[in-house]
Design a protein around this ligand. Structure first.
Ligand code: ZN
Length: 308
């Protein structure tokens, strides 16, 4: 029996006794099949995928759907309330502290509940991200290095032509899901705290492609004919100032090429920020003030080009 239900997974309470919860839309198909978790907003400033999740959950025809879609438009509600990557309770980046801690601070508790009460009850996880509030992003899928057997086909089923093998940082929800044996990918599309229709279309397309791959929807996923596999790292600001990019996200750059400049408050250039290697600018900060240690861009080095 197909049905659509709206609920919440309670994590804890605020000082006034109201719940801090993870909202869930559960869409059960009339036919048996996989259980897929699609989530957005582990980072509260990345809601490009929130509306696509809601729209898909509302539009799915339960007569056609095989299995269950566990749609989580927002994992980190307190961070969304702050329109921030972090929340004001503990100032933690939730996507660096998984698997969380049931006795930890709020971000740690939400991460623990999301992982154990939601993700571990699903057959696969698609973790949508939107590039962050102050950066533009190249559309890509993240298939964690070391877990290729588990999640590579799922990553390709998105249809993206850029596959990132994960950065040097850990503590992501994706890694905890993979460590629990659940195929999991992260998808980056959007940027700049904008929920543009073009990004909504990308996230909806990705989700439906994955659902076709999992045989939850009829048809075949649209797969990229050529795709590039990348790994790389962040480049950080050495000085405080105002960052002005002179490149665009998604652009190929050569080692030593100027990516942007940092000026002081008198407009004088204090740093020419150059590409440390050849690669693709997968994420690039918008023109804005920066402090030492903040990420200016992420450069992906092409490891391999493959054909499907
Ligand atoms: Zn994110």
């Amino acid at each position: 029996m197909g049905e659509r239900s709206y609920g919440e997974v309670v994590v804890t309470q605020r000082v006034d006794g109201s719940n801090i919860s993870i909202p869930v839309i559960l869409v059960r198909g009339k036919k048996p099949g996989q259980i897929l978790c699609v989530n957005e907003c582990i980072h509260g400033d990345e809601y490009a995928g929130m509306h696509p999740i809601i729209r898909i959950a509302h539009e799915l025809n339960t007569n056609e759907l095989c299995g269950t879609l566990v749609a989580i438009p927002v994992v980190n509600v307190p961070a969304l309330e702050d329109l921030s990557r972090i929340n004001h309770y503990d100032h933690l980046n939730m996507n660096r502290i998984f698997p969380g801690n049931p006795e930890g601070s709020l971000s740690q508790q939400i991460a623990h509940v999301f992982l154990n009460e939601v993700v571990k009850k699903c057959a696969a996880m698609v973790d949508l991200h939107g590039g962050g509030g102050y950066a533009s992003i190249k559309n890509m899928v993240i298939a964690q290095k070391g877990f290729e057997k588990l999640a590579w086909d799922l990553a390709l089923s998105t249809g993206f032509d850029l596959v990132w093998k994960g950065g040097s940082w850990g503590g992501t929800g994706r890694i905890s899901a993979l460590e629990a044996g659940i195929p999991a990918i992260s998808v980056e599309a959007g940027g700049g705290m904008l929920s543009k229709e073009e990004n909504v279309a990308v996230h909806m397309g990705v989700t439906k492609n994955v659902m076709r791959y999992l045989k939850m929807l009829p048809g075949q996923p649209d797969i990229a004919k050529h795709y590039r596999i990348m790994a790389g790292d962040e480049t950080h600001a050495k000085n405080s100032g105002f960052f002005h990019p002179v490149t665009k996200s998604g652009q190929d750059v050569k080692k030593g090429e100027l990516v942007g400049i940092i000026t002081d408050l008198h407009g004088r250039t204090i740093d020419n920020v150059k590409a440390p290697t050849d690669g693709v600018l997968t994420q690039l900060r918008y023109p804005c003030p920066v402090s030492p240690g903040e990420t200016l861009f992420i450069l992906g080095n092409i490891l391999e080009v493959r054909e499907n």
